[in-house]
Every structure is written in C-alpha cells, then in structure tokens.
Design a binder for this molecule. Structure first.
Ligand code: NAP
Length: 187
C-alpha cells in the first residue's frame, strides 16, 4: 500500500488526507491536536489508513524520529503534501531530506501562501535545497484568493483542499489555487 505524508492534514487540508485514504493509501498525518485527529479518523469513506503522526514540527528532532518510525511501519513515503507555518522554517527541508534518503522517487507538494507568487518578494533560496535532493520531485502549490462581484476574499478550506487535489492530479511544477492577480485586489 502506498504511503503518503501530509503535514497539517487535520486542518484546511483535511479533505486532502481523506482523498488519499479513500484511495486506499496509508496516510501519515502530522499535527498535534488529538481531537482533530479523532475527527479525521472518524470521517466517512476511508478505505486506507490514517496514521496520526503526533508531532510539533517546530521540534525538529521529534519530527525526524516520528517520520522514521512511520516509514519503519508503513514503508517509504511516495508523496508529501506539506503546509507548514513559517515558525518552523527548516521543517519542510527536514521532511524532504528524510523521505529522500529511502532512494525511491517522491513527489513533494509544498503548499505556500499567496506571497510566494512573487519570487522577488520572498527568499526563494530554499528551493535549491529541494532541487539538490535527487529523489525529490518538487511541486509548488500557491494559495491565492477569489474575486467575486468585484470583491476579493481568501479561499475557504473546501476550496483549498479541492484545489490541492487538482494540483496533485495535474502535477505541474507550479499550481495556483484561485488567483494571485491582480495583486492589488488581495483581500
Ligand atoms: N490564500 C489563502 O486563501 C489562505 C492561505 C493560508 C491560510 N488560509 C486560511 O487560513 C486558515 C488558517 O490557516 P492555518 O494554517 O491555521 O490552517 P489549518 O490548516 O486549519 O491548521 C494548520 C494545520 O497544521 C497543523 N499544525 C499547526 N501548527 C503545527 C505544529 N507546530 N506542528 C504540527 N502541526 C501543526 C494543525 O494541526 P494542530 O493544530 O493539531 O497541530 C493543522 O492540521 C485556514 O483555515 C485557511 O482557510 C487561507
């Protein structure tokens, strides 16, 4: 059974966790709150397995240990979906380095806020780290906004999960959920 790792998979990406589980995969979900894990596991339509990988991704050593343990049980990870707050800047790389080390190809979908649509406004050096890892196929998924009746708003959780699932299927190097132009219309 394929093994998928989703960081932040009990929040706005909950439906992405359920999408993989409904396709019969082992889904290791990184988050902290036991109540949110319970809600996810009790959701209907799961044919695969949700593995609650309880870790604070700010604690890099704990994060590493938990992922290595999950791989020892469910096998090497083939897909990563990572939504990680900027409070843990190294966590996306740490995850990539661990999954890279098992010598199988890994698709890594990095979910990023709208500001990443403008590379000049964001330090993009971190990308080099992913590109150096030979087994990592790095994909950027940028969360944009919606314009309706000349007004803009942020995406809902359902729109974010659905958009990320579209990004997984399309498998483009860069995929934007919603839009990031015109930037002046950002909510
Ligand atoms: N462009 C856009 O439209 C856009 C962009 C970003 C966000 N948003 C909106 O903003 C809302 C809030 O964003 P959010 O990031 O709080 O959303 P969220 O996805 O609802 O929650 C964050 C996820 O990451 C986990 N998490 C957070 N900190 C963690 C840590 N230190 N270690 C391990 N796991 C951790 C959370 O679980 P635990 O709390 O259990 O750890 C949860 O699964 C979202 O609901 C979304 O609608 C919109």
């Amino acid at each position: 059974m394929s093994h998928v790792l989703i960081a932040g998979g009990t929040g706005m990406l909950k439906n992405v966790s359920l999408y993989f589980a409904s396709h019969g995969m082992n889904v290791s979900v990184i988050a902290r709150n036991p109540g949110k894990f319970e809600q996810l596991i009790l959701s209907k339509g799961i044919h695969g397995y949700i593995n609650p990988l309880r870790a604070d991704y700010n604690d890099y050593e704990q994060l590493k240990r938990r992922i290595v343990n999950a791989v020892s049980i469910y096998g090497p990870i083939e897909t990563v979906v990572a939504w990680i707050h900027s409070s843990a800047p190294e966590a996306p790389h740490i995850i990539a380095e661990i999954v890279n080390s098992y010598n199988i190809p890994v698709k890594y979908f990095h979910i990023l806020g709208s500001e990443h649509s403008d590379p000049s406004a964001v330090n993009e050096d971190y990308k080099e780290i992913f590109y150096r890892l030979k087994n990592i196929f790095y994909r950027k998924v940028i969360l944009g906004f919606i314009i309706e009746d000349d007004k803009s708003r942020w995406l809902t959780d359902t729109e974010i999960s659905n958009g990320v699932i579209d990004a997984l299927k399309k498998d483009d190097d860069v995929f934007t959920v919603g839009r990031t132009e015109p930037w002046e219309m950002k909510p």
